[in-house]
Design a protein. Structure first.
Length: 123
């Protein structure tokens, strides 16, 4: 049985994983134009980096290392929000689908930020 504190971490890992899958599916819907290739590449890298760093944190050797992986994941989440907002505001793709992804990226970023604050003992 998981401890109470492990449940939020498991939820975060789960959400990051499925967020990555949704990003992959979303990218497959973008127009096949050079403009979108560059943005899609950046978005894919930043979005999948979030979950990769959350998973990597599990193998960290110290609380400080763990927090550092979460900080990197938060930076990736913020970068992901930038690319999604850019796509949304370009007017060249479905804004509703992009907005849903932006909301999830923002929620993940908030979870990461709260975890970092807790890990650093600022609460």
């Amino acid at each position: 049985m998981q401890s109470h504190s492990a449940k939020p971490k498991a939820e975060l890992r789960h959400r990051c994983y499925y967020f990555s899958l949704h990003i992959i599916k979303f990218l497959d819907t973008l127009p096949d134009k050079r403009l979108f290739w560059v943005i899609a590449d950046q978005l894919l890298r930043s979005a999948t980096s979030i979950g990769a760093n959350v998973v990597e944190a599990r193998g960290s050797s110290s609380k400080r290392d763990f927090a550092r992986f979460f900080e990197i994941a938060l930076k990736s989440a913020n970068e992901t929000k930038y690319w999604l907002a850019l796509l949304r505001d370009s007017g060249k793709i479905d804004a509703k689908q992009t907005e849903k992804l932006l909301i999830e990226a923002d929620e993940i970023a908030k979870m990461l930020g709260a975890s970092i604050i807790t890990l650093k003992g600022r609460r």
